[in-house]
Design a binder for this molecule. Structure first.
Ligand code: FAD
Length: 481
């Protein structure tokens, strides 16, 4: 079920229409970009700006690097249409006010973000610009459905995934908007800063070359990856998506995180294939994509998901803050081969297989009794696909403190998980001894004091002792309730 397809063709160009500004953020694409489409439809010139503001500078280093790579590709795409991407640095409100004054723009458009930091900033910017007399509108460019559009029968929000999925599985998703074929230019393009001067990820300690070898930034690349996945690989998705040693998932999360691709584009491309032999794997893929919307649904209705235990009773759990075991975990030095392989995959590629994310999160929060916030912060700094909602939900889900969480007493055993999901050891060998290990050693900071010839460390704690310690703490928490 879909509604009618929207068109990106501007309505008849009107010479006397003042320019419109589009404030791009994590929506770095031309196609299915509702804010851009609305600005173009006004018929006047359009100026798109991306602002390196303090909130953006505070994002994780790997994510900033990924944004930088994506901005470069978007600028190329815009140039092909005769347009320029304007880059400015500073607080969003004064930058937008200055640009509106320079260009004579009377309208500003953007696509919504949903994390607390962005929501507060955007609400303040919107009301100030409206007081200035500007026409300001925001759009849903990121999600299948706005978090407030999906409601339980009693008008509340969903806290459990399966009913959420049932509520949206057959719900109308707008057809994506095609990319614009032309871009009305202003009389003169405003001055832009240079992307290279910003060195957005200068503080990324592993250095950009390690990540550049793995990431494929850009809108066109993302669309190709989606098409290739749905054409050639999706049929193995349901059976193999948990296999660490197979390339069975879409690897679209980093493109989604910077908005090179929209969830709607993925959903509407997948949906017609939900039939015949591919029905089951395609449905499974759509269900996983819906977890992303579910994470945003929860984040919107419970902003504390990002910062504190969603279930407040977990505030009394004796999790440790940062500690030597956690440091070893970040460096792939826990002595548990599967955990260390996964942490090295993260350091080298800026991503990690979903099953591996669950295992390292369980190991940190349970065997190493370390607060999920420590792991969440490490992922925030090192993932190129960092997503405020999916990261927070993923950590709280594994730790047991989140909505619809896996029970704390379900403690993954990395050895039995390795037997199931890396049966021949190919994934572990790659990251601990093979080409992946070499790439890891090329990318580690000197301060870590590691060299390729180092012996593998002994486990920080035995699996049995770590499990018992965690279960005892859990029993104490329950007894204290
Ligand atoms: P596919 O299996 O091909 O799935 C397609 C898309 O569906 C993904 O790109 C993603 O957007 C979405 N998706 C799939 N699984 C999940 C999930 N469990 N939760 C939310 N969305 C999902 N995902 C992020 O995008 N950013 C994060 O910062 C992030 N942090 C995580 C932290 C932990 C502790 C855990 C357990 C999971 C986290 N995830 C995160 C979810 C998931 O691991 C990744 O989305 C997935 O590994 C991306 O690979 P893929 O694109 O090949 O996924």
């Amino acid at each position: 079920m879909t509604d009618t397809a929207a068109s990106s063709a501007p309505d008849a160009a009107s010479a006397d229409q003042p320019p419109a500004l589009v404030w791009l953020r994590r929506d770095l694409r031309l196609a299915d970009n509702p804010a851009l489409d609305d600005a173009l439809r006004r018929g006047g010139p359009v100026v798109a700006v991306w602002i390196l503001d303090p909130q953006t500078e505070a994002l994780g280093a790997a994510h900033r690097w990924r944004l930088e790579a994506s901005l470069a590709r978007l600028a190329e795409g815009m140039e092909a249409l005769g347009a320029r991407l304007i880059l400015r640095r500073g607080e969003a409100l004064p930058v937008l006010r200055a640009l509106a004054a320079e260009t004579g723009a009377r309208a500003i458009r953007w696509n919504r973000l949903y994390d607390q930091t962005a929501r507060h900033r955007d609400a303040a910017v919107k009301s100030a610009l409206r007081e200035d007399g500007l026409d300001v509108r925001s759009f849903n460019g990121a999600l299948l459905h706005e978090p407030w559009e999906v409601e339980t029968k009693t008008g509340g929000f969903y806290k459990v995934y399966t009913p959420f999925w049932r509520a949206i599985a057959e719900r109308v998703v707008h057809e994506p908007i095609p990319a614009p074929s032309r871009w009305p230019a202003p009389d003169a393009w405003p001055v832009s800063e240079r992307l290279a001067d910003w060195a957005m990820a200068a503080d990324m300690r592993r250095g950009a070359p390690a990540l550049a070898a793995h990431a494929r930034p850009g809108e066109a690349e993302a669309q190709d990856r989606l098409a290739e996945f749905l054409e050639d690989r999706v049929e193995h998705y349901a059976a193999d998506r948990d296999r660490l040693d197979r390339d069975a998932t879409s690897r679209l999360s980093d493109a989604l995180a910077v908005g090179e691709l929209s969830a709607r584009q993925i959903w509407t491309a997948a949906r017609p294939r939900r039939q015949g032999a591919k029905a089951k794997p395609v449905e499974k893929f759509m269900q996983e994509l819906a977890w992303r919307d579910f994470a945003y649904h929860l984040l919107h209705h419970s902003p504390r998901l990002e910062t504190g235990n969603w279930r407040e009773e977990w505030d009394g759990f004796p999790w440790r803050d940062d500690n030597a075991d956690a440091q070893a975990w970040t460096r792939g030095l826990t002595g548990e081969p599967l955990i260390d392989a996964a942490m090295r995959e993260l350091w080298v590629t800026g991503t990690m297989h979903n099953r591996a994310r669950m295992l390292v999160a369980s190991y940190l929060t349970k065997h190493l009794m370390t607060h999920w916030r420590v792991g969440e912060a490490w992922f925030r700094d090192t993932l190129i696909d960092w997503d405020p909602a999916s990261n927070a939900l993923g950590w709280q889900w594994v730790a047991g403190s989140g909505p619809d969480a896996s029970p704390f007493f379900r403690i993954f055993n990395p050895e039995t998980q390795a037997e199931k999901f890396d049966p021949d050891g190919a994934y572990r060998r790659h990251w601990l001894k093979g080409a992946g290990a070499e790439a890891f050693h090329d990318a580690i900071p000197r301060a870590w004091g590691l060299s390729p010839g180092d012996r593998r460390p002994a486990p920080r704690i035995s699996l049995k002792a770590g499990r018992e310690r965690a279960l005892t703490a859990y029993a104490d928490l329950r007894a204290a309730r």
